[in-house]
Design a protein around this ligand. Structure first.
Ligand code: ATP
Ligand code: MG
Length: 220
């Protein structure tokens, strides 16, 4: 069962992965309650791949990923799906909203699946109340991005994996959206794993790494 107390939410050991070339080798780190870490690095360095591996989506070539004290890639598929559904929030680099549905319907689906109530204050803070009844295809890129983040937080995950969550947003809106995410992490004692090209944004995380030459180099 899940371990309580001070054990990390995410713990990664000796992680290596390659596709056409070696992306990273022997990475180890952990992320505890209320903590945040950011990974920056050149395009193609493997940031999204690392995020997918840590967030239950892709088994690594080598190494181990533990979420909430459980080795995720040793679990039966059914249990892995339950962890993903109830406890893990993933904001994808290209967000996947259901295009034919409204913004609200998209959020509702996520909340229902995770058996959570929707927090309207959260939607208000993302500045999306006025677009809730619009079809996703009628929203601007930045509105879609905010809806997709609201949808992930509406699941009330224990850990959030966010891949370029503010890529489509202007500076001011990006900052506001990140404040909501950081607030959530503090309030719920959740954790945040952030991938971004925005170094200033990355510096708002407790820890910051650059993925370079197959290693995670600590910058703060
Ligand atoms: N499923 C896959 N199959 C084969 N190669 C892949 C796959 N996913 C990623 N790659 C390759 O792995 C490398 C790293 O990709 P990744 O998406 O992790 O980079 P990234 O650091 O997130 O880049 P960006 O900053 O552009 O988002 C790229 O060369 C990519 O083409
Ligand atoms: Mg990427």
């Amino acid at each position: 069962m899940e371990r309580q107390g001070t054990s990390p939410l995410l713990s990664v050991r000796a992680l290596s992965h390659r596709f056409d070339y070696q992306l990273f080798e022997d990475l180890s780190f952990s992320l505890g309650k209320g903590e945040s870490m950011a990974v920056i690095g050149k395009s193609g360095s493997g940031k999204s791949t690392l995020l997918h591996i840590c967030s239950t989506l892709l088994p690594p070539r080598k190494g181990e990923v533990e979420l909430f004290g459980r080795k995720v890639y040793s679990l039966p598929q059914r249990e892995l799906l339950l962890i993903r559904r109830f406890h893990v929030g993933i904001v994808f680099q290209s967000h996947y909203l259901f295009k034919g549905f409204t913004a609200m319907e998209n959020i509702e689906v996520a909340a229902i699946m995770a058996e959570r109530e929707i927090d309207r204050r959260l939607l208000e803070r993302f500045g999306i109340l006025h677009v809730l009844d619009k079809k996703v295809s009628e929203l601007s890129g930045g509105e879609q991005q905010r809806v997709s983040i609201a949808r992930v937080l509406s699941k009330r995950p224990k850990i959030i994996f966010a891949d370029e969550p503010t890529g489509n947003l202007d500076g001011q809106t990006a900052q506001e959206v990140m404040e909501v995410i950081f607030d959530y992490v503090r309030r719920e004692a959740a954790a945040l794993f952030l991938v971004t090209h925005d170094e200033e944004l990355a510096r708002s995380c407790k820890r910051l790494y650059r993925l370079e030459e197959r290693r995670l180099i600590p910058l703060q």
